[in-house]
Design a protein around this ligand. Structure first.
Ligand SMILES: [Zn+2]
Length: 202
């Protein structure tokens, strides 16, 4: 069965409704084993933050083999993440990519701290992640000069995911082509940890 992007999105929304209303989906080992021994058929790609509290399979009530997940701090899209997305979309004809940020994101907090204290020294590779997110945080600051810090953080989490959706098309002619032909949708979303609800931004 091949789903459209909208059908896939509806499956994820329904899965998150189940999770956020208190159900953690459990797959039997027999079912998991059967899937592991067959070809994978993931229905969506999720580019998620690596935060230990953000488990895309659980928050969308999906099991082994259901979703192709790429996790990296700040859910950023550098060549290896974009290449992984291209692979999954091409190989499995996937119609939906979700860029999933979340509340209380440490990568966003580190970037805000780096903007407030430019002399702060970070490990060099973490610095690259922060540098990648920085233009978004600076833009949020400039557009919301009187906003409180937690408001800046909330806005930056959303804008980061939204900007990464655009970056995926700017940095991948393959993904852009799929989006332009209507074969692929790329959407931004945010997992709110207090409510366990995923909010999609369109
Ligand atoms: Zn995070």
């Amino acid at each position: 069965m091949h789903y459209t992007a909208d059908q896939t999105l509806a499956i994820l929304i329904e899965g998150n409704r189940k999770f956020s209303s208190g159900t953690i989906a459990v797959q039997s080992f027999q079912d998991a084993q059967q899937i592991m021994q067959a070809d994978q058929k993931p229905i969506a790609v999720i580019l998620s933050c690596a935060d230990s509290r953000v488990l895309p399979e659980q928050i969308f009530s999906q099991g082994i083999g259901d979703i192709f997940v790429i996790r990296v701090a700040g859910n950023i899209a550098k060549p290896s993440q974009i290449g992984s997305i291209e692979y999954a979309v091409k190989q499995y004809d996937i119609p939906l990519v979700v860029v999933l940020g979340h509340s209380d994101c440490g990568a966003i907090a580190s970037t805000i701290n780096a903007c407030r204290d430019p002399n702060k020294v970070l490990p060099e590779n973490l610095q690259q992640i922060v540098d990648d997110i920085k233009p978004t945080v600076i833009e949020v600051y400039e557009n919301n000069k009187t906003a409180a810090l937690d408001e800046i953080s909330t806005l930056a989490i959303k804008e980061n995911a939204v900007n990464i959706v655009s970056e995926l098309c700017e940095d991948s002619s393959f993904l852009k082509q799929r989006v332009d032909s209507g074969d692929l949708k790329i959407v931004a979303a945010k997992f709110n940890m207090e409510s366990a609800v995923v909010e999609f931004f369109d």
